[in-house]
Design a protein around this ligand. Sequence first.
Ligand code: ADP
Ligand code: ADP
Length: 225
Amino acid sequence: AQDLELVSVTKRYGATVAVDAINYHFKPDSYTCLLGPSGCGKSSTLRMIAGHESVSDGSILLAGRDISDLPPAKRGTAMMFQNYALFPHLSVLDNVAFSLKMKGVDSAARKSQAHEMLELVDLTALADRMPDQLSGGQQQRVALARALITRPQVLLLDEPLSALDPFLRIRMRSELRKLQKELGIGFVHVTHGQDEALALADDIIVMNNAVIEQAGPARDVFNAP
Ligand code: ADP
Ligand code: ADP
């Protein structure tokens, strides 16, 4: 089981303290939402876990190992971005298989693993399409498959639903939730929507002004019955 822990993690951009010595032990293999207003430090926290941003102070542990100084691909984490960032000149299948090609996995193994991931996100029929021939929701599923093919212990999602129309957003919530339970890995999902966090999360971390204001099971955080 994944065991992710933030120990006094701090991020400074010049004189700005974006994340101020936060501590948090993620519950293994659960869905955690990181919630708070714009500018409170959510993205910085996620990007530090992913390794796309260095920590200014403190450390990040995964399964007891300090991953703070490892490159993103060596951490056991994968990140799904807000704007999907698919390669426009690659087919759906090749987009999904891309990271395996970088790792030197042979062509047959890449294909079979990419097909497996497409099945997981229900996109098997669209393997040969180009990204511009997909709807927003379909592009998002490709981005999910592309992140999951690296077999992360923790999947990091930065406002993954914000570009979708409201109808699709509601549907993707339950799909994300289902996927997390199926895979049995940790999901850490950044959002500024309280309803989204309540719909998705086992646990919610509420950030404000660079610190954790409150954290715990979703129903406790919002005093729901
Ligand atoms: P959130 O994701 O909650 O909106 P961010 O982590 O993006 O918050 O930003 C937290 C604070 O850090 C904000 O004040 C933001 O302006 C600042 N910040 C974020 N990224 C940078 C950066 N690359 N350079 C300078 N300041 C940044
Ligand atoms: P979010 O919507 O997640 O809060 P932002 O729109 O704040 O993200 O930031 C988008 C990008 O701009 C990020 O790469 C972030 O590091 C950078 N950024 C955010 N705030 C600042 C800032 N004050 N100065 C420089 N770069 C920033």
